[in-house]
Design a protein around this ligand. Structure first.
Ligand code: DX5
Ligand code: ZN
Length: 214
């Protein structure tokens, strides 16, 4: 089954509760955390995760676009994150591995993320330690960018690794996913689709979520 994780980066932050209620037919709530250092933008953080936790039953899929995430994973788990993903580019392999252990010690799902220029093979050191691998299909930092179709071979390669080594691991894509590009992602082996603008610009959000599932 294809899962949809709408990104609240495209929501109206002055009406966040309303906009989270609008995505109740989705599978996850994707929360983009940016520190102005790992990516050239600043978004939302720990207090917002804590505030939205009680207003939805959906798991919170927290995408950490922050430098050295080991410093903050405990705080995000305590605030109510259910899935916490860390960029492999954001610290040494040893520290990313330690961050994943910290997330598991909080009984939460842990994942890794790869930026567009990072090869598929970069996930291999972590593949048995994660419940999710996220492949960026835009440069992280902003919603509303153009989908990079040239990431599809990487999604296919990582699908091959997952099937061979950790078949329960989820494979998520993030950036520029709309009803057209969703098909490419699904055909390449992704099972979780993040979509920000495609969901929140829709006149009928539930219909758009259903359409993205294919
Ligand atoms: C980009 C974020 C994405 C973004 C996706 O750095 O990680 O989650 O919100 O937005 P769309 O779907 O509009 O590309
Ligand atoms: Zn994201």
């Amino acid at each position: 089954m294809i899962k949809i994780s709408p990104s609240i980066l495209s929501a109206d932050f002055a009406n966040l509760q309303r906009d989270i209620e609008h995505i109740s037919t989705a599978d996850y709530v994707h929360v983009d955390v940016m520190d102005g250092l790992f990516v050239p933008n600043i978004s939302i953080g720990i207090p917002v995760v804590k505030s939205i936790r009680p207003i939805t039953k959906l798991p919170l899929d927290v995408h950490l676009m922050i430098d050295r995430p080991i410093r903050y994973v405990d705080a995000f788990c305590d605030a109510g994150a259910d899935i916490v993903t860390c960029h492999v580019e954001a610290d040494s392999e040893e520290n990313i591995r330690k961050a994943l252990v910290k997330i598991h010690n909080k009984w939460k799902r842990a994942g890794i993320v790869v930026k567009p220029k990072t090869p598929a093979s970069a996930v291999l050191p972590y593949i048995n330690e994660v419940e999710m691998i996220l492949v960026m299909t835009v440069e992280p930092g902003f919603g509303g960018q153009k989908f990079m179709a040239d990431m599809m071979p990487k999604v296919q390669a990582i699908r091959g690794y997952i099937d061979a080594m950790n078949p329960r691991c989820e494979l998520e894509v993030d950036g520029g996913v709309d009803s057209e590009t969703a098909r490419l992602c699904i055909a390449s082996g992704a099972n979780v689709l993040v979509a920000g603008s495609a969901v929140y610009k829709a006149a009928d959000i539930s219909a758009r979520i259903a359409e993205l599932r294919g």
